[in-house]
Design a protein around this ligand. Structure first.
Ligand SMILES: Nc1ncnc2c1ncn2[C@@H]1O[C@H](COP(=O)(O)OP(=O)(O)O)[C@@H](O)[C@H]1O
Ligand SMILES: [Mg+2]
Length: 372
């Protein structure tokens, strides 16, 4: 029966049927960034009718239809090339501001429309409401965070009694007993460290760590941090080289948090690279974003670990074997990712086993990134 329905339609009609029925918002732009087509889901999600939207630019719609476009997309080509291309930059999260002012979390991606000669003739933006997933994630987060909080007290109490034992308050200890107890103490410290790092990550993901944005000189931040690392770098006979544009690079960031990002990246490069090697910190000032990278000549990261290194608590198995287990908690890069993403930036890694590691991040040059 159903087959008959499709049989009676030509190709164009089938495409139309699909686009009209999809629960995914679709907005098509011409080369100049004007809306030339929308589907019913886009009307439903944005609250604007097709007639409201046609011919407009995103930025013209009330407070801005999408927060990632604070200005009209003047030239689609420029817009598409202004976001750095990273392996997982395809699908992004954003807030859609509907006609009634409601802020709807969405997942979206942009794709160039190509004509027969492969020239860009426009752009299609597809987006999906993720409010439900967000609410579910939030519920989970609260549960996990309560659990982690509950772990803190028993660990602290156990640590207290352990200290008393080690101080001989329950009688003298022999060598073996002392040794065993210090092993327990060490492990307990690690557990405590993990719990705190974990809560840190949860707080960041929940957006509880609010950014206090200010105009800063990125060059100054980097030179100051480099100075702090000077002793450590020299003691390992390493070199820390900084490459920045001549002119000042002013960014709108939370200074303390961006310092944390750089400290984590530089610390990793020093920690994981052999003595005598060099670390290069590079800043590039692009049209819409600042790009910063930390490159080292260390052992590199095995390909199988690459997809996971930004996950909390993930440490490369190669590292675990070569370094003492005390060396880090595997949280540093997860913190880096949270901070960069809170600034609406992206972070990615380029590394090959035996060929060093480069970790780069971008920060968009938008003054009102804190509006969300
Ligand atoms: N510059 C680097 N060179 C080699 N491996 C790295 C580098 N940076 C990070 N890694 C790998 O990524 C893992 C996660 O890093 P991170 O989150 O900072 O945790 P930690 O440093 O506490 O182990 C590290 O354990 C290591 O395996
Ligand atoms: Mg680290």
């Amino acid at each position: 029966m159903d087959k008959h329905i499709l049989d009676s339609l030509d190709h164009n009609e089938i495409y139309k049927l699909v686009i009209n029925s999809l629960p995914v918002g679709i907005i098509i732009f011409d080369k100049g960034g004007h809306i030339i087509e929308v589907n019913p889901a886009a009307e439903r999600l944005t609250g604007y009718s097709r007639a409201d939207l046609l011919g407009k630019c995103c930025g013209e719609m009330g407070g801005g239809l999408f927060d990632m476009i604070t200005q009209p997309v003047e030239k689609v080509e420029e817009y598409l090339s202004s976001t750095p291309s990273t392996p997982d930059a395809d699908v992004k999260e954003a807030i859609l501001i509907s006609k009634s002012g409601e802020r709807i979390p969405i997942l979206y991606f942009d794709s160039a429309l190509l004509d027969k000669e492969n020239h860009i003739c426009g752009m299609v933006k597809m987006f999906r409401d993720i409010s439900y997933e967000k609410r579910m994630r939030q519920k989970h987060r609260i549960l996990i965070s309560m659990f982690a909080h509950d772990l803190k007290a028993p660990v602290a109490i156990a640590g207290g009694f352990l200290s008393r034992l080690l101080l001989g308050k329950a009688g003298p200890l022999n060598e073996k007993q002392r040794h065993y107890l210090s092993v327990i103490e060490n492990e307990l410290k690690k557990l405590d460290n993990h719990i705190h790092s974990f809560l840190d990550i949860l707080r960041m993901e929940a957006g509880e760590i609010k950014l206090s944005l200010e105009k800063c000189s990125l060059k100054k931040i980097i030179y100051d941090i480099a100075e702090e690392f000077e002793e450590k770098v020299l003691s390992r006979n390493m070199k820390l080289r900084i490459h920045t544009p001549e002119r000042n690079v002013i960014v709108m960031v939370d200074k303390e948090q961006i310092e944390r990002v750089l400290v984590n990246l530089i610390d990793n490069s020093i920690k994981y690279s052999p003595p005598g090697t060099a670390i290069d910190i590079t800043v590039e000032d692009h049209n819409r974003y600042i790009l910063c990278s930390v490159k080292d000549e260390g052992p590199g990261i095995p390909e199988e670990d690459l997809p996971y290194i930004f996950d909390p608590f993930y440490r490369s198995s190669a590292m675990e074997k070569s370094k003492g287990p005390d060396d880090g908690t595997g949280v540093g890069l997860a913190v880096v990712k949270s901070i960069v993403e809170a600034h609406r930036g992206e972070v990615w890694v380029k590394s090959k086993k035996g060929e060093g590691t480069t970790i780069s991040f971008s920060i968009p040059k938008i003054e009102d990134i804190d509006k969300n």
